[in-house]
Design a protein around this ligand. Structure first.
Ligand code: ATP
Ligand code: MG
Length: 414
């Protein structure tokens, strides 16, 4: 038994011993039934948040107004949420208020999909009032209750439906599907950060199927904004993305590359999705590292060694490695394979990736040329010059050769 599961069982046990009801709920029950790895354990209980806090020594009131307390146990965390019902949804967003209740049934009834509304007790017994297990068996995603109402209550569920379908490889039940198509426009009311969380999970799962569903249901513009709809050929090629590691930087870059979303447009899109600056920069570097279109692939096959070295230095090691990984899953035609092999070879031959890879540094320069103390700014200039020299002539990355080069540079710039 893994540590997280052991900790979650202890939480259930402690709650039961104190006379409360407590169950595993949501994703952990679903994933365990599907024989998928369980990422985290959620517990539902009739104990009120303050009662949960009183029972455990390390707790964090993560979402106490919604009844959620994070319990730290055995160096892992378990989310414990009081049974609740949600009332008064405003503008298809999160509910304004939640009410704590004593009924497991009511807590399960407020959940989005039947497969997410199964509870399990410590003895392994299931509580499945909405027949989520039948839906799991027939691979069918269905809302708990009336789909029109459920999507009107919280429009994020529209996107969550696509997320679960793509992540778990499920079909969407007919009425649920029709309700998604009818209510697609409601997604515009949802905070973009919440949209992004679900979209990122789609990208990390079966992205091609997910995007196809977004297009068919009309949800696409609420994730991609004004980006053009991909053609059927492009869509089918997106399944390649699944072969890539589950790393967002790589998958975003591959998606943009495949869909023809170039640097500027990608930048705008990622910012609209409120991704962080560094994350956006990393993706753009990978995009820059990838050859785009037939013309640039041809050009790249004819590049001089110095052009390669400059290109790789400019995009950086990580982006170059990611680009090579992306190229490795693209269509295995002769040209793509050639580009991939070339990329790998050039990466392995790259003499320096950053200034720090030079065999001398600022201190060494100061030791050799004490006059530089008065002209600190020149040190940076010399190092930049040395980088250029090494990219042109890799054998010059040697302390003696670099010092000679620095001396020449200083003579010329006296
Ligand atoms: P994952 O493994 O990706 O975390 P999950 O099922 O645990 O999947 P969460 O987003 O962590 O998904 O939500 C936990 C549970 O809370 C869900 O299984 C579902 O029962 C309920 N839930 C979450 N968001 C909503 C929502 N918008 N409307 C109704 N129920 C929701
Ligand atoms: Mg979860």
């Amino acid at each position: 038994m893994k540590r997280a599961e052991r900790a979650a069982r202890k939480v259930l046990q402690r709650l039961e011993e104190a006379g409360f009801q407590a169950y595993f709920v949501g994703g952990c029950v679903r994933d365990q039934l599907m024989k998928r790895p369980v990422s985290d354990y959620d517990v539902a209980t009739n104990a009120r948040p303050e009662e949960v806090q009183a029972l455990f020594s390390h707790t964090i009131p993560t979402g106490i107004q919604h009844g959620t307390v994070t319990v730290w146990l055995e160096e892992t965390s378990v989310e414990v949420t009081t049974f609740r019902v949600e009332s008064r949804y405003k503008d298809s967003r999160r509910p304004e208020h939640v009410h704590f209740v004593d009924s497991l049934y009511l807590d399960l009834a407020r959940r989005d999909f039947t497969i997410n509304a199964i509870a399990q007790d410590l003895n392994g017994r299931y509580y499945d009032p909405f027949h989520g297990m039948d839906d799991l068996a027939s691979n069918m995603l269905r809302t708990v209750g009336e789909p029109f109402e459920r999507f009107q209550e919280d429009a994020l569920r529209l996107l969550r439906a696509v997320r679960f379908a793509a992540q778990l490889g499920m079909r969407i039940e007919k009425e649920t599907y029709e309700a998604i198509c009818t209510h697609a426009g409601l997604l515009s009311r949802i905070a973009v950060e919440r949209i992004r969380t679900e979209w990122d999970k789609i990208l990390l799962s079966n992205a091609a199927y997910g995007i196809q569903l977004l297009l068919k249901t009309g949800l696409f513009p609420y994730v991609f904004f004004d980006i053009e709809v991909p053609s059927p050929q492009i869509l089918s090629s997106l399944s390649l993305i699944e072969k890539l590691p589950k790393k967002l930087t790589i998958r975003y870059a591959a998606l943009c590359d495949r869909m023809g979303i170039r640097e500027q447009e990608a930048d705008r899109w990622l910012r609209k999705l409120r991704h962080g600056k560094k994350f956006v920069r990393d993706i753009l570097s990978v995009l820059r590292a990838l050859p785009t279109g037939d013309q640039s692939i041809c050009d790249l096959l004819n590049w001089e060694d110095t052009t390669w070295r400059n290109h790789l230095y400019h995009v950086g090691k990580e982006a170059a490695e990611h680009a090579a990984q992306i190229l490795s899953v693209y269509e295995p035609n002769d040209q793509a394979t050639m580009v991939y092999n070339l990329y790998r070879a050039k990466i392995s031959q790259q003499p320096i990736w950053t200034m720090c890879d030079l065999k001398i540094d600022g201190h060494r320069l100061l030791n050799e040329f004490p006059d530089l103390e008065r002209k600190g700014w020149l040190i940076g200039e010399i190092l930049k010059h040395l980088v250029g020299e090494v990219l042109r002539h890799p054998h010059k990355n040697d302390p003696y050769a670099l010092l000679c080069e620095a001396r020449d540079f200083l003579e010329k710039n006296r």
